[in-house]
Each structure stands twice: as C-alpha cells, then as structure tokens.
Write a protein of this length. Structure first.
Length: 386
C-alpha cells in the first residue's frame, strides 16, 4: 500500500471532524497516488523490457558474430563475407557411437551438456567464436569475429585445454551402467583437428537461420580431426606453419605424410605443447614479417631427397652444408638446428632447434609444398616423427 494512502486513511479517521479532509481533497490525493503508481509500473515494465532486450542481444551474439546480429536485428540481409585467413577447429568424442548406443538419450544429452560447458568456457577464455555443435562434434573458429593476429596460437591452446578438460568429464557421473567391454565408462576422450585458410561466412535460412562457414578450409579441418587419434590435436602443415610464426616456442611432432580423403597425401603434425596467448598479442606486421623469404632456390635439386645441416655459433658465423654446395651465412642468433628436407615438394622443417638466445630463426631455404605454398619457420624442439 502506498504510504500516501496510509497517511490519507489516518487523517480521515481523525477524532476531530474539522481535521478530516474534504471529499475534494481526498479525490486529489487519490489521483496523485494513481499517477505515481502508474509511473512506477511503467518504469518497471521498461526496465524489464530493457533487461529482456539485453538478454536477447546477448543470446543472439552468442549464436552470431556481433555485426551479423546487428544486421539481422535491423531487418537487413546478411551478404556472404570472405575471410582471407582464419583458423578452424573440429573436435569429436572417441567412442561416441558405443556411448550413444548404450546410454539413454537423456544421459547422452547430460554428458554432452557437461562437456560443452567446459568447451564454451575455454572458448570464452581464448575469445574464439563457437560456430556450432553437431552431435559430438564441436566447431570453433578464430580471427573471424574480430582481428586476432595470434589466432592459430589461441586455437592450439584451446585444443590442448579441451583435451584435458574432456578427461575430467565423466561419461556417467557417479557410475552406473557399464561399457560394452564390461568396464566402467570412466571419462571422455576427444580428438581434434586444426587447419588455417580462407572461408566464406553467411547466414543460411530464414525460418531457423544458421551462421555457416563454407570452403575447403572447413573440409580440411574436418579431415584433420577425423584422421586424428584419441587425446591428440592434429595440425595441417599450414596450421603448423602459422603456429610457429605466432609462438616460436610451440612444440610439434612431425607425423609425416598422411593420406587424406579427397586431398591426397598431406604433411601433418601432432601438437605437443604451446604457450598460452599473451595479453599483448603479436602485431599484424610482426606476423606477416616472419617467414617472408624467397623460394628461388626451391627449383634446385630436381626432386631428390637431401638433408642439410645448419649450425650457428653464438653470435658468430654459420655454415650450411648439403645440396652439393657449402655456404657461409652471418647470423646474430644463438641456436643450433638440423634442417631436414625430405623431397622437393615438401616445405622445409627445422628439427631439433634449441634456442638459447633469440626465440626463433627463419629457414632461408624453403621448398614449395603442393598443399600449402607458404614456408614453415623454426620452432623450439620441433621433433621429427620416428
């Protein structure tokens, strides 16, 4: 009850009739109270509308990039957008077919919800854009909703953390039914695949519009995931190249040539470790500047295999041997490497780099790869797969 009504009632009940208000005074007071109550109700309704509108905007921006959400809210059409370089990731659950065929649908949904809550938290931490989930597949992209010069590093770190997070998610919390092999289900294991390249992004459909990515980059990232194994992140040569540009201390293991459906033979890598993205990200110029060297020498050799050794003394001269020619190169770096080139159609990969001063070095002879004609630069402890 408004306080003005309480005061009015007390005055109307006054023992002295002369102190009681007239009917005109009562009507004026009631009209004032009515106006105040109406204004308060309208203000509360407006606050609720704003709150709901903010929730709608937040929900829309979780499903779509902010600028796309803005266009849709204004009733405008969303034109297809070309993005020249993004990093795309896919993950899926190893053994999901057995899990989904054994558990009840509600149990599977609960398991996926707990897993994707972990992934969504990591996606927010590394500022990635979650594209969609399809069953047990999780798809995310970096350098699409905003400029992120360290986009491959963000995605690589996400992949490692997602693999670790999945191992903390129980298939059935508190136990329950057994797996087909008679053992407890335990925790989840996932595999991941990462590739970099151009994509086209657009909103498809009107009844239930979906934000989709199109292009060979998406297909290749999916192939990296499907050819991965449990608890591993599988990178294409392009993704590995971008990663070591953005994080020279990243650790990769060369898997070698892998037959990829629809792609042929591709050189791929296992991700072993990489640092967390720095608060101060790499500048665009720094990213583009690293690895910008000539491949004029790639025509030499006629396709024969060779191994080149490249060693550098601290702050001194370096001698390169191999390919029938010795050359002396002056370097102001402090490291020693072995440069292995398996064939004339494969990018050079620096193996066994042990930095003691500068964080990275750039290979000065790169052989063009049919898959990705961009050079891969050195990284600490890049180990060849045996």
């Amino acid at each position: 009850v408004p306080s003005a009504i309480v005061d009015l009632m007390e005055v109307c009940w006054h023992q002295d009739p002369l102190e009681r208000p007239s009917f005109d005074d009562i009507i004026v007071t009631l009209e004032m109270v009515e106006c105040e109550v109406t204004e308060a109700a309208e203000a509360a309704a407006e606050r609720e509308r704003q709150k709901l509108g903010q929730q709608d905007r937040q929900l829309l921006e979780q499903i779509l990039p902010p600028h796309i959400a803005g266009l849709l809210k204004e009733g405008k059409e969303v034109p297809p957008e070309q993005h020249e370089l993004v990093t795309v990731l896919f993950t899926d659950i190893v053994g999901f077919t057995d899990i989904s065929s054994t558990l009840q649908p509600a149990q599977v949904m609960n398991m996926l919800n707990r897993l994707y809550n972990e992934f969504d938290a990591l996606s927010a931490e590394y500022d990635l854009f979650k594209v969609e989930t399809i069953g047990d597949a999780y798809m995310a992209v970096a350098n699409l909703h905003k400029k992120q010069p360290d986009h491959t590093l963000r995605m690589a770190r996400f992949a490692l953390d997602a693999i670790a997070a999945a191992q903390r998610v129980e298939v059935l919390p508190g136990g329950g039914s057994l797996a087909p092999d008679g053992k407890e289900w335990g925790t989840l294991r996932i595999r991941a695949g990462i590739h970099c390249g151009p994509v086209v992004a657009s909103v498809v459909g009107k009844l239930n519009p979906r934000y989709c990515l199109f292009g060979d980059t998406v297909n290749t990232a999916s192939r990296m995931e499907s050819n991965s194994v449990a608890l591993r992140a599988h990178l294409s040569l392009t993704a590995a190249s971008n990663l070591v540009r953005q994080a020279p201390s990243a650790k990769l293991e060369k898997r070698g040539k892998v037959e990829i459906k629809g792609k042929g033979s591709m050189t791929t890598f296992w991700l072993l470790d990489c640092p967390k993205p720095s608060v101060r990200t790499i500048s665009e110029g720094a990213v583009e500047g690293i690895g910008a060297h000539s491949d004029d020498e790639s025509a030499e050799g006629g396709g024969s295999s060779r191994v080149e050794k490249f060693s550098v003394a601290p702050g001194g001269n370096s001698t390169r041997q191999g390919g029938g020619t010795d050359r002396t190169i002056t370097q102001q770096l402090d490291y020693s490497v072995v440069l292995s080139v398996e064939s004339e159609t494969e990018d050079a990969v620096l193996l066994g780099l042990t930095p003691r001063g500068q964080a990275a070095a750039v290979a000065d002879a790169v052989v063009e790869d049919l898959e990705a004609p961009i050079p891969i630069i050195s990284t600490a402890d890049l180990v060849e797969d045996v």
